[in-house]
Design a protein around this ligand. Structure first.
Ligand code: GLN
Length: 487
C-alpha cells in the first residue's frame, strides 16, 4: 500500500515502528498534491518548504527521544478561514487576498503542539457562504469522484483534499452543514462538534452563534483522533465550554448495546433522491442487524422552518461581522479612491463576491428597525423551538439518523443561477447548527453513477463519544470507506 493510502492511525504506527519518517510521509503527500491539484484544485496555498521543515523537526525530535504529540508527522490540511501566523489567510475572498494574520487560531496552536504537519490551506466558498465552493473568488474545487461535479461546500477544499489522498486529515468549519455535506459528497467522514466544544478563536467569523470547527478524515477513528486534539476549553472564546474531552479513540470499538435510532419522519419525504433514500434505509437495516431499534421521531419545525430561520440568523450575524471589511480598518482597499463613503463602498463592491453581497443585504434588512421583530426576533423564537424539539426527540432515542444531503454531488454550474435551490440542499444539516448539537456524516453507499452517499448521525450536546461509537459500528461492518476515487 502506498503511503498516501494510509490512515493517520497507520501513519503514526509506521513512524513509531521506524518504518517511515515524517519527512518521507510529507514528501509523499506533496507529490500527490503536485500530481492531482491541476484537476482537484483543493488548495489555495501549499508551502512545500515549510511543510518539509515541520516534518524534519518531528523526525529530529523522534531521533532525540523527545516526547511527541498525538499527531506527530501527520499532514493536516486547513480550511483557509483559520488564521495561520505569517501565512496568508484569504477566506477565498478578494477582500482578504493579502491578509497575513499575526497570530494562530486556537486549533492551529493545538495542531502545532500535537506535532502535526500543516501541509496547506484549502479552498472554500467565500467566507464559508455556500454549498459547492463555486463561490470561491479563486477557483472551483472539483469532486475527486467526478471532476465535472462540485465537492460540496463550503469546506469543499478540505473534503476533496482528503478524498483525493492529498492529505490524510483536514479541518473544516460547519455553520449550516459545511463539514457534513462536503464529507457526504466526497465519500469521507466529517464531524461537526457541539457548539462550544472547539474554540473559535482565530476562525474568521461567518455566523458566530452557529460556526464550529471540525475534522475530516477517511475513517471514524482518524476523525476522533483529530477532534481529541482540537477540542477543549479556551478562555479566548467566551462560548468555548469548560468540559473535559473524553478519550474518544479508546471507546471507539465498543459497539453500543440496545442503541435506539430516531428517524425523523419529515426528513424522508419530499425532495429526497431515491438512490440516497435506498442507501440510508439499507444503513438503518445494518444497524438493526446489530441489535439497534428504530424509533419514529418528529421534528416539524426543523423540517419546515430551519432553512428560513437559518437564512435570517446567519445573514444577520454575517452582515454585522463583515462590516469590519471596509477597506479602512480591514480588507481590500480600492485604487479608485474618493471621499470616505465612496472609498468604502467601492472597496466592498470590489472585495466581496455576489453571494456575500446578497447575504449582507439580507442580513442588514432582517436587522433593520421596523423589521427586526418580524424577522430576526421571530427567527430566534423558532430557533428555540427547534432546539427544544431535538431535546424532546432525544428523550426517545440515543441518536438521530437521516441522509446528510438530499442528493449526491451535483454538476458544477447546475445551481449557481438559483440561490434558493442551493440553499435547500442544506435541509438536513442546518437544524443541528441552530440547535447547537453535534453531527457526523459517514459514507453509506454510492449512486449508480459512482457518486458517494452520506449518512448523517446526530446526538445530544457533548455526546460526540456516542456519535463516534455509533458511526464506528456501521463503518466496521461495511467497506464504503475503503473505496478510492478514480483519479
Ligand atoms: N451552505 C450553507 C450556507 O451557504 C452552510 C455554510 C456553512 O456551513 N458554512 O450558508
Amino acid at each position: 500500500m502506498t503511503i498516501t493510502d494510509r490512515t493517520a492511525s497507520e501513519l503514526l504506527a509506521l513512524q513509531a515502528a521506524g518504518d517511515v519518517s515524517a519527512r518521507a510521509i510529507t514528501d509523499a503527500f506533496l507529490a500527490v498534491i503536485r500530481e492531482r491539484e491541476p484537476t482537484v484544485q483543493a488548495f489555495v496555498q501549499v508551502d512545500e518548504a515549510a511543510a518539509r521543515q515541520q516534518a524534519e523537526a518531528v523526525d529530529a525530535k523522534r531521533r532525540a527521544g523527545a516526547p511527541l504529540g498525538p499527531l506527530a508527522g501527520v499532514p493536516v490540511a486547513v480550511k483557509d478561514v483559520l488564521c495561520t501566523r505569517g501565512v496568508r489567510t484569504t477566506c477565498s475572498s478578494r477582500m482578504l487576498a493579502d491578509y497575513v494574520p499575526p497570530y494562530d487560531a486556537h486549533v492551529i496552536e493545538r495542531l502545532r503542539a500535537a506535532d502535526a504537519v500543516l501541509i496547506g490551506k484549502t479552498n472554500l466558498d467565500e467566507f464559508a457562504m455556500g454549498s459547492s465552493t463555486e463561490n470561491s473568488a479563486f477557483q472551483v474545487t472539483r469532486n475527486p469522484w467526478d471532476s465535472t461535479r462540485i465537492p460540496g461546500g463550503s469546506s469543499g477544499g478540505s473534503a476533496a483534499a482528503v478524498a483525493a489522498r492529498e492529505a490524510p486529515l483536514s479541518l473544516g468549519t460547519d455553520t449550516g452543514g459545511s463539514i457534513r455535506q462536503p464529507a457526504s459528497h466526497c465519500g469521507i467522514v466529517g464531524v461537526k462538534p457541539t457548539y462550544g466544544r472547539v474554540s473559535r478563536y482565530g476562525l474568521v467569523a461567518f455566523a458566530n452563534s452557529l460556526d464550529q470547527i471540525g475534522p475530516f478524515a477517511r475513517t471514524v477513528t482518524d476523525a476522533a483522533r483529530l477532534l481529541a486534539v482540537i477540542a477543549g476549553h479556551d478562555a479566548r472564546d467566551s462560548t468555548s465550554v469548560d468540559q473535559s474531552v473524553p478519550a474518544y479513540t479508546q471507546s471507539l470499538d465498543q459497539p453500543l448495546q440496545n442503541l435506539r435510532i430516531g428517524i425523523p419522519q419529515e426528513f424522508l419525504k419530499t425532495g429526497l433522491d431515491a438512490e440516497v433514500e435506498a442507501a440510508v434505509r439499507a444503513a438503518l437495516r445494518e444497524y438493526q442487524a446489530q441489535g439497534a431499534t428504530l424509533v419514529d421521531v418528529t421534528l416539524p419545525h426543523a423540517a419546515h422552518h430551519a432553512i428560513a430561520v437559518y437564512y435570517i440568523v446567519a445573514t444577520a450575524e454575517a452582515s454585522s461581522n463583515l462590516a469590519r471589511y471596509d477597506g479602512m480598518h480591514f480588507g481590500h482597499r480600492t485604487a479608485d479612491k474618493g471621499d470616505l463613503i465612496a472609498t468604502m463602498s467601492r472597496s466592498r463592491t470590489e472585495g466581496f463576491g455576489p453571494e456575500v453581497q446578497r447575504r449582507i443585504m439580507l442580513g442588514t434588512y432582517a436587522l433593520s428597525s421596523g423589521y427586526y421583530d418580524a424577522y430576526y426576533l421571530q427567527a430566534m423564537k423558532v430557533r428555540r423551538l427547534i432546539a427544544e424539539e431535538f431535546a424532546t426527540a432525544f428523550t426517545q432515542c440515543d441518536i438521530i439518523a437521516s441522509p446528510t444531503s438530499p442528493t449526491a454531488a451535483f454538476p458544477i454550474g447546475e445551481k449557481t443561477a438559483d440561490p434558493l435551490t442551493m440553499y435547500l440542499s442544506d435541509i438536513y444539516t442546518i437544524s443541528a447548527n441552530l440547535a447547537g448539537i453535534p453531527g457526523v456524516s459517514l459514507p453509506c453507499g454510492f449512486t449508480s453513477n459512482g457518486l458517494p452517499i452520506g449518512l448523517q448521525l446526530l446526538a445530544p450536546p457533548f455526546a460526540e463519544e456516542r456519535l463516534f461509537r455509533s458511526a464506528r459500528m456501521y463503518e466496521a461492518a461495511t467497506d464504503w470507506h475503503t473505496r478510492r476515487p478514480p483519479l
